[in-house]
Design a protein around this ligand. Sequence first.
Ligand SMILES: [Cu+2]
Length: 132
Amino acid sequence: MPFSFPTGRARFAVAVAACALALTTLVGCSDGDGGGDSATKSAASPSAGGPRVTIDNFKFQPASLTVAPGAKITVINDDTTTHTLTATKGASFDTGDLAPGKSATVTAPAKAGEFPWDCTIHPFMKGTLTVK
Ligand SMILES: [Cu+2]
């Protein structure tokens, strides 16, 4: 017999053991980093304090945002496709193409007013920035 059953079985057992070990290590690692990671993430989201817009499911959230003149706005693409957040009138802020999972920072105009934006790839996606 070219194929030896016990050897195959032994290999399988080794593979399973290696997997289990890798899994344990992985879980151990993510447990260890987990706290740090999620702390970093939540620090980057609400506790960072800055205004931000999240893009998800072809929508800007929030679709209208009020900020101070010159404020830095973090734009996060949480969607599965590329989007932009681009001023359409009266201002020139633009994230450029934002791949899924990427974020960018735009600067609000220094003057008060209402500045509509859209996604240049999906013009039906709209929002408004109010500066005051
Ligand atoms: Cu889009």
